[in-house]
Design a binder for this molecule. Structure first.
Ligand code: TYC
Length: 120
């Protein structure tokens, strides 16, 4: 009995062999079905009460930015009202939001953080 050649997991073939009469092999193009995952930007929102230093520290800790970059992001949020701290898959973005909101409420600051799908 003929069996199809095994593909490594996660990789679908773009060409599938199909026999029509025993000696001709037709290669049929199969459209790629998987799309890249929806990505989310994690934004922090400005407020009048959270200390700048706390925001810089949070950006460094949860978004793995150096102090210089974290300070620039914080100042952008302070001036524009909101700013992107990072771009992640849905679950990672949700975790970042939870981490920031948790750290802010434990420290008594009203800092807000949200995740938004990126337009494609
Ligand atoms: N506007 C705040 C202040 O003047 C600083 C701040 C920056 C707060 C960014 C929140 O997401 C924020 N202390």
């Amino acid at each position: 009995m003929a069996t199809k050649p095994k593909q490594p997991p996660g990789k679908s073939p773009t060409l599938t062999p199909e026999r029509d009469n025993g000696d001709t092999v037709l290669l049929e193009r199969v459209p790629q079905k998987t799309k890249p995952p929806q990505m989310y930007q994690v934004l922090m929102l400005n407020d009048d009460y959270t200390p700048m230093e706390f925001v810089v520290m949070v950006i460094q800790e949860f978004f793995s930015k150096d102090r210089e970059t974290a300070t620039q992001i914080m100042l952008k949020i302070h001036l524009d009202g909101r700013g992107v701290c990072g771009v992640y898959s849905r679950d990672v973005a949700a975790t970042k939001v939870d981490q920031v909101m948790d750290a802010a409420s434990k420290s008594g600051h009203p800092l807000q953080c949200v995740a938004e799908p990126i337009e494609s």
